[in-house]
Write a protein that binds this ligand. Sequence first.
Ligand code: HEC
Ligand code: HEC
Ligand code: HEC
Ligand code: HEC
Ligand code: HEC
Length: 189
Amino acid sequence: MKRTVLDYALKIRLPLTLFVIVASFILTFYISRAERDGIGYAPVQPILFSHKLHAGQMAIDCKYCHIGVEKVRHATIPSANVCMNCHTLARKDRPEIIKLTQYYETNKPIPWKRIHKVTEYAYFNHSVHVNKGIDCVSCHGDVKEMEVVAQAKGFTMTACLDCHRQPHENLPYLKEVKNGPENCSACHR
Ligand code: HEC
Ligand code: HEC
Ligand code: HEC
Ligand code: HEC
Ligand code: HEC
């Protein structure tokens, strides 16, 4: 009698329990993944602005709107007056453009939701990367194909260091590229 109970415990209960533990671990790992490293984060924006249409089909240069990305730390998000260079005329009767015009005329900033964010205690600077010829695609994915911008890659410390240690593998299109810094104080100032 005792023996069959033990048998049951070893052959059925134990594997079953282990399976449930492993399965729920894997499940939580993948479900919480986006939240942990931000991959796939694509909030609904106040105006349905499409990169695929503007940067893709119309081929407007990224730097036309993200002014200064090659000069300063942060890439700016364009204010409504950049949009109005075209939208005082283009599609001005469409609902999304009417919304845009209202922000512009009342001088209110468009409350775009922030997508990419490195924590406060780490230092990132666009200009050093962009000036070395690193393409936006290498860090942001193919934005000009995105109807709605979604974070394509993680910006964890491992992700930064992976490229810093192996720039040639990560940036095959660059003939000459130096390794990025690995010393703590470069990114934690
Ligand atoms: C016509 C203007 C315009 C052009 C051209 C443009 N963008 Fe944008 N971009 C915006 C606006 C407005 C936002 C904020 C709304 C959104 O996320 O869609 C934005 C957001 C982004 C974001 C997300 C910012 C965040 O909050 O983290 C990235 C990354 C980005 N753009 C990259 C690019 C790249 C790469 C190109 C060129 C292939 C490009 N953009 C071309 C206007 C533009
Ligand atoms: C080496 C990787 C890398 C490259 C190359 C890069 N970005 Fe970024 N981008 C980031 C990171 C990391 C953030 C988050 C920055 C932060 O939170 O301080 C970011 C944030 C942004 C933002 C939000 C505003 C900001 O600066 O925080 C925009 C817009 C943007 N990038 C556009 C671009 C465009 C356009 C290009 C190409 C000209 C580009 N990025 C190239 C890594 C990169
Ligand atoms: C260089 C000119 C230009 C700039 C700058 C520009 N747009 Fe556009 N946009 C257009 C044109 C042209 C269309 C119509 C394209 C089509 O439907 O074929 C359009 C379409 C749109 C649409 C879709 C309208 C609809 O419902 O048909 C939205 C929304 C929009 N733009 C928002 C913006 C925002 C927000 C900005 C600024 C961040 C901006 N655009 C900057 C030229 C521009
Ligand atoms: C796709 C590759 C790539 C990614 C991703 C990347 N870097 Fe870099 N980074 C480089 C390269 C290459 C250099 C060296 C450029 C040079 O000096 O020639 C560099 C240089 C730097 C520097 C030194 C700048 C200076 O002032 O000299 C800092 C700081 C830095 N990166 C921070 C970061 C952080 C933080 C992240 C992650 C959020 C990141 N990088 C992600 C490629 C990358
Ligand atoms: C290339 C840039 C870079 C370098 C070099 C770097 N870090 Fe980081 N570190 C980061 C970023 C970015 C984060 C934020 C990670 C996140 O948000 O997930 C971070 C986060 C951390 C954290 C918080 C815990 C964690 O893992 O998120 C600690 C602790 C840390 N770094 C210590 C160090 C030490 C110690 C060194 C030197 C051996 C170092 N870092 C070198 C970019 C860097």
